[in-house]
Design a protein around this ligand. Sequence first.
Ligand SMILES: NC(=O)c1ccc[n+]([C@@H]2O[C@H](COP(=O)([O-])OP(=O)(O)OC[C@H]3O[C@@H](n4cnc5c(N)ncnc54)[C@H](OP(=O)(O)O)[C@@H]3O)[C@@H](O)[C@H]2O)c1
Length: 246
Amino acid sequence: MNRKLPTPDYTSLDFPPPPTDRPYVLVNMVMSADGKVVVEGTEQGIGSKTDQRLMRELRVNADVVLNGAGTLRASGSSSRLGNPALEELRLARGKPRLPVAATISASGDLPLDRLFFTATDFDAVVYLAHSTPPERCEDIEATGRHVVVLPAKDPIEAMLRHMRHDLGASVLLCEGGPSLNAQMFKAGSVDEYFVTIGPVIVGGEQSLTPVEGEPYTRETLRQLELVSAFPNPETSEIYCRYRIRR
Ligand SMILES: NC(=O)c1ccc[n+]([C@@H]2O[C@H](COP(=O)([O-])OP(=O)(O)OC[C@H]3O[C@@H](n4cnc5c(N)ncnc54)[C@H](OP(=O)(O)O)[C@@H]3O)[C@@H](O)[C@H]2O)c1
């Protein structure tokens, strides 16, 4: 019997209220069956169209969609939903048509001709480090995008505080990459982890995994609780949602 299994609906998820000093934080990634997130320089080729739909459905819940500068340089970055029906859902819930897009960079070496900087249908914020060269800050500001310079101490916490207090964000969706994810986990600032497992093997000792950075020890491992897992026989993908145990 070929029973059709449901795919999840990520447009209307229930989240608890955010903490006072940061948004409620979701991380979303797609990885191969051997746990890799990049093939030939980007994530393209790992996830199906269904995975991309779910990525956009998750954005329906988000006030801010964040990518690290590495991902912006490699793949581009935007907060678009790519579907008027999803935008209508947000409007019906009293949210702006599109979430705010955000990126974070220390070098300030950003592709200023990319959609993230040129699009007029979504707002965007660029978080820079105290060490970012001033001329790079000026070039970025000249695009019209809002620039926030983070302090040297605890920059991730400061960025999240800005999102919560200055942008009024309740839900942040962090879409990678692995170095940024590592810092978000290290700061103890991730509440839920969504990961699609794609039916491919990428291989390679150097290939990135969803979370890079310093490894945890057996004592400090981040512990997760499975909230849901949907196998999709049509794409051979599995869509997993975990909550991070506190
Ligand atoms: N499979 C997936 O779901 C998925 C999702 C996203 C990305 N990816 C892939 O992952 C790769 C990129 O990942 P990545 O780990 O190299 O890069 P990344 O995490 O996207 O970005 C890292 C960069 O973010 C900036 N950054 C991070 N923490 C910072 C801080 N505390 N202060 C200031 N700036 C900070 C730095 O930018 P500067 O270098 O400018 O200083 C850093 O180099 C790409 O190939 C992309 O296609 C895959």
